[in-house]
Design a protein around this ligand. Structure first.
Ligand code: NAD
Ligand code: ZN
Length: 360
């Protein structure tokens, strides 16, 4: 009898802070003994924050190779994967040469996938620079690129050695990227810790500046995602809870047309719909905590589609739909999510109408 332990579970630090330079430099020095490091970096981040990266990396490595990728979702492509892999392989790389992915979710997903494939796996360090990447995409080990036939269809589970989220990066973030990340934080509040809503409301309404309060909100959110992903390694299926608001949101993104509405806006509307659906089923979900964030989203949002039939059709075509059964994440109450197989389409319609009416 041979027992192979092939679990991919691996523990790694997720550091959130303001000014992590010394921490990162020391950590790099302790963990890697190669001469070189590859820094796969978003073009905007490269323009805005290059100096910070140099301070982090230069003391530890003789060669720091920056590989810039164009900003935007289109970089999650087979072509871009090939360009980065080509560059790394032609410069020369060993199994122990680390790759640092510095940028938003796009850079993390692409850079992570390159790291998982080149030489069958290079050490990976995530340096998320958007709010969404800090609280969501850099945690959980999903990496990948898009295919003509759909998003995230090619990829791998690949865990990093560490995640360093320095809120200094957020100083240069556009409002719309803040608002996108805020939706995911509200999601964590809804499914795990409604205390998050409390200070968050005043924080969000004051300003989008990366102060100490944000450090704790991001750390709490990242911690919730890490917990859920870790618990799911035991196959409890609770990773599905991270989809709260998303089955609605994905449909909205699709019907509105990608690019006309951000992911976070769509998810926010989707969470309103999911709360309403939950309330219709008699669960005690008072939507008040979410309502206080409405102005933030109303301010940004362009007109929403109003054809509810089309939205429901789009929900049914979501890749996560099984046997034509719409699975929705709903709430028994705040912090108590569950998966509901939807059969009542009139309630679904009403949930959509409620959510959309908040914006029209
Ligand atoms: P993004 O990476 O496209 O970044 C958004 C924009 O912000 C880009 O224009 C980028 O150039 C810019 N930017 C990044 N950091 C900046 C900074 N500090 N200052 C100024 N501008 C900055 O988008 P995103 O919202 O971070 O990520 C979205 C992607 O993440 C999607 O492709 C999605 O599929 C993926 N995602 C992955 C997971 C996962 O588990 N792997 C989870 C959620 C989302
Ligand atoms: Zn999301």
């Amino acid at each position: 009898n041979i027992n192979l332990d092939i679990t991919t579970r691996k523990e790694y630090p997720i550091e959130v802070g303001k000014g992590l330079g010394n921490t990162v430099s020391a950590w790099l020095g302790e963990h890697y003994s190669t001469d070189s490091v590859f820094v796969v970096i978003d073009e905007n981040v490269n323009n805005l924050h290059r100096e910070r990266l140099e301070k982090w990396c230069q003391p530890q490595f003789k060669h720091v190779y920056y590989i810039e990728i164009p900003e935007g979702e289109r970089s999650k492509s087979i072509q871009q994967w090939k360009e980065v892999a080509d560059e790394i392989l032609s410069i020369g790389v060993e199994r122990s040469t680390p790759l640092m992915a510095v940028g938003g979710g796009v850079t993390g997903d692409l850079g992570g996938f390159v790291a998982s494939t080149v030489l069958r796996g290079l050490p990976l360090i995530h340096v998320p620079t958007t709010l969404l990447a800090m609280v969501d995409s850099s945690i959980g080990g999903k990496t990948g690129i898009n295919h003509n036939t759909g998003k995230n269809l090619i990829g791998a589970f690949y865990q990093p050695d560490a995640v360093f989220a320095d809120v200094h990066f957020l100083d240069t973030l556009d409002d719309k990227e803040w608002v996108t990340g805020i939706a995911e934080i509200l999601k964590y509040g809804a499914i795990r810790n409604p205390d998050l809503f409390k200070d968050f409301e005043s924080l969000v309404n004051k300003s989008f500046t990366a102060n100490e309060q944000w450090v704790s909100v991001i750390a709490e959110s990242a911690g919730i995602k890490a917990d859920i992903v870790q618990e799911d390694a035991l196959e409890s299926g609770i990773r599905a809870y991270l989809n709260f608001g998303h089955t609605f949101g994905h449909a909205l993104e699709k019907v509105a047309g990608y690019g006309t509405i951000t992911h976070g806006e769509a998810v926010f509307v989707g969470m309103l719909a999911a709360c309403n659906f939950s309330a219709q089923l008699g669960h005690s979900v008072d939507i008040t905590p979410f309502k206080s964030f409405l102005p933030l989203y109303q301010r940004q949002m362009s007109p929403l589609p109003d054809d509810v039939d089309e939205l429901i059709e789009a929900m049914k075509s979501d890749k996560k739909v099984k046997n034509n059964m719409l699975r929705l994440v709903l709430l028994n109450s705040w912090a108590s999510p569950y998966v509901h197989d939807c059969t009542d389409y009139s309630a679904l319609r009403e949930a959509w109408e409620f959510a959309l009416s908040q914006f029209n």
